[in-house]
Write a protein that binds this ligand. Structure first.
Ligand SMILES: *Cc1c(COP(=O)(O)O)cnc(C)c1O
Length: 354
């Protein structure tokens, strides 16, 4: 039986996507060859790459607005340094809202000066700082839209005169936003878009080419743009499965449609959390993430009972990250509402038992 998969990443993918992907591994396009054994320069694969790139821009509403979409390798972690290499000349401003922002700051500091415009580190990142200044002489501002580990999410973004770079690894394609406010968006595929192995980068071309350093080819966005995201052999499987997921999302009605489902799932989850005295949420209410709900038991003695009940209900992937502890329910796009209902049922059953 298929489990209720609350894994934080790699994450749940739509069943129909998994089915199509497994078919393509055996026989792609009824061609008698596997997707994994054809040339990435062949027309069938070039079509896949082009479709994935254009679907990404279309779903974000960024078509014809000066943006290019790339499917790169090295994970979001490589973007931490690639962003700095391509955009950091003197000084950049970073908002520190979690482990991933902290790592992005650490990497950028290798190249130049980084200023933390605000940080919630001293509160172990249970909220999103607000009301900070972003000096207009900085090269860019960097933020993390959703903090996967701590379960906080930026509900709005500062208006800023300099390029805005955003790590959207764990909430890309999950909610409607004016994506034109960003100049560079990146997201590891494995949280909300596909399998591990590729990273989506959406970049406004006119912010590039302004730093004086030499950039190694593999690290240079311009090189990847010029080569149609095929400077070297792309991760064909990860790109194909991402394309299938984006197609699935488009057929569903796009980001607007999935946003309604995500809001519904989060409502069901958080109202149980607020009503049930056996549980306590980790993130402050106003900054709670629609994607990752973090919480703890108020009575540790119930741990074993709760976890046995979860197992019996087929609920998987609920362990919190080691830096927070407790539990984390990741409710990415492909997670059905019925899975959240199954979890909430266990939580309320525990209350009647206790
Ligand atoms: C998981 C995650 C990362 C790291 O992604 P990798 O692809 O493993 O490098 C970066 N940022 C955020 C917000 C994440 O959730």
């Amino acid at each position: 039986m298929k489990k209720h998969n609350f894994s934080a990443g790699p994450c749940i993918l739509p069943q129909e996507v998994l089915l199509k992907a497994s078919e393509a591994v055996m026989d792609f396009n009824n061609d008698g060859l596997s997707l994994l054994e054809i040339s990435h320069r062949s027309k069938p694969f070039v079509d896949v790459m082009e479709k994935a790139r254009s679907l990404a821009l279309e779903l974000l509403g960024l078509e014809g607005k000066g943006y290019k979409a790339l499917f790169l390798q090295g994970g979001a972690s490589t973007q931490f340094l690639m962003v700095a290499l391509n955009l950091l000349e003197k000084r950049a401003g970073y908002l520190n809202t979690g482990t991933w922002s902290d790592k992005a700051i650490k990497e950028a500091r290798i190249f130049d000066d980084v200023y933390e415009v605000a940080s919630s580190k001293s509160a172990n990142y249970n909220y999103i700082p607000k009301g900070y200044e972003i000096p207009s002489e900085y090269d860019y501002f960097h933020c993390t839209s959703n903090n996967t580990i701590f379960g906080t999410q930026m509900k709005s973004f500062p208006s800023c005169d300099i390029p805005m770079v955003c790590d959207m690894s764990s909430d890309i394609f999950s909610r409607t936003l004016d994506f034109t406010q960003f100049d560079l968006i990146y997201a590891g595929a494995q949280k909300n878009m596909g399998p591990a192995g590729t990273t989506l980068v959406v970049v406004k071309e006119d912010i590039l080419g302004k730093v004086s350093r030499k950039i190694p080819s593999m690290m240079d966005y311009k090189v990847h743009i010029d080569k149609g995201s095929m400077f070297n052999t792309p991760p064909v499987f990860a790109v194909y499965v991402s394309m299938l997921t984006l197609e699935w999302l488009k057929n569903l009605g796009g980001i607007k449609a999935i946003e309604e489902q995500n809001e519904m799932k989060a409502r069901v989850m958080y109202s149980e959390l607020d009503l049930n005295p056996l549980f306590k949420g980790y993130a402050v209410k106003e900054d709670r993430s629609l994607m990752n709900a973090t919480f703890n038991l108020t009575n540790d003695n119930l741990k074993e009972t709760f976890e046995t009940m979860l197992k019996e209900a087929g609920i998987s992937g609920l362990n919190g990250h080691r830096s927070v502890g407790g539990y984390r329910a990741s409710m990415y796009n492909a997670l059905p509402l019925e899975s959240v209902k199954a979890l909430v049922e266990v939580m309320s059953e525990l209350e009647t038992k206790a």
